[in-house]
Design a protein around this ligand. Structure first.
Ligand code: NAD
Length: 252
């Protein structure tokens, strides 16, 4: 399948929907989980930090999580060419919805509009209380951690605080999931970028699109379980490839 043909599909489809994963942010210096330099690839025990059961049961996991949030690479990161290309695709009127599994806020920083973006696994830029749901800017809670609170409780109800992200074992926001599924079901083309397509229920979205008759394009550095179903598989770095693809798809 030629690159130019994929660009033509993007130009001509009635509705383009994109799904991004941690691989679109590695070029901004934020490691993914499962890639060759992924956090879990290098240290499989860190998988525990992303599991809600361990987080609730174990104060040491929470303290470790707060230490990592203080130093999270997202705070110093800026959008890269992949984020900018998707913002340009939207600006050209060629992107119906961008669903991201990323929690780093870089699509918004690159200029993607909040109206056409679903951060389906939440955001690290806020905290949420696991008890009462109270939500606040992350920077307020990080200031408490810096001041010495190793596992700061909710200021409203005393409950356990966490970043406003979806850990393994936590449910997704049902409205956001429904919006993503509806967009997938009415897409003419579904583009998955920088994701291993292994985290459910998000990994179902490309199949929902396929079942409804969409073309599926996968752009990823490594193989994914859905490559065999895709109409085109583009193997390489998201920044360079998306820049070229969007330029070709939006050229007059
Ligand atoms: P993943 O780690 O499972 O897979 C990332 C994929 O991207 C890998 O297959 C890797 O080969 C590929 N990749 C890495 N760099 C790439 C590049 N420059 N160009 C193209 N492909 C590249 O990530 P996932 O599928 O998103 O699932 C992991 C979960 O972890 C998600 O739920 C996400 O919320 C979370 N996460 C988010 C961030 C972030 O917000 N930046 C970072 C790590 C993990």
């Amino acid at each position: 399948m030629s690159f130019d043909e994929v660009a033509r599909w993007l130009r001509e489809s009635r509705s383009n929907v994109a799904l991004t994963g941690a691989g679109v942010s590695t070029e901004s210096g934020i490691p993914d989980f499962r890639g060759p330099n992924g956090i879990w690839t290098r240290d499989p025990t860190s998988e525990r930090l992303s599991n809600i059961g361990y987080y609730i049961a174990n104060p040491e996991i929470r303290r470790e999580s707060w230490r990592r949030r203080l130093d999270h690479p997202a705070w110093g990161a800026t959008p890269n060419a992949a984020h900018r290309a998707l913002a340009a695709l939207e600006a050209a009127g060629r992107l119906e919805l961008l669903v991201t599994q990323n929690i780093d806020g870089l699509h918004l920083a690159a200029g993607s509009s909040a109206e056409r973006l679903v951060e389906i696994h939440g955001t690290i830029r806020d905290t949420a209380c696991l008890g009462c749901g109270d939500r606040r800017p992350m920077r307020e809670t990080l200031a408490r951690v810096r001041a010495g609170e190793e596992d700061p409780p909710c200021e409203r109800c005393g409950g356990i605080l966490k970043s406003a992200t979806v850990s393994f074992g936590q449910n997704l926001d049902s409205e956001l999931l429904a919006r993503a599924e509806e967009a997938a079901a009415s897409a003419g083309l579904f583009l998955a970028v920088g994701t291993s397509l292994t985290v459910h229920p998000v990994a179902r979205l490309p199949e929902i699109a396929l079942d409804a008759g969409a073309r599926l394009v996968i752009l990823n550095a490594e193989p994914t379980p859905l490559d065999g179903l895709a109409h085109a598989v583009l193997r390489g770095e998201a920044g360079a490839m998306l820049t070229e693809l969007v330029a070709a798809a939006t050229a007059e």
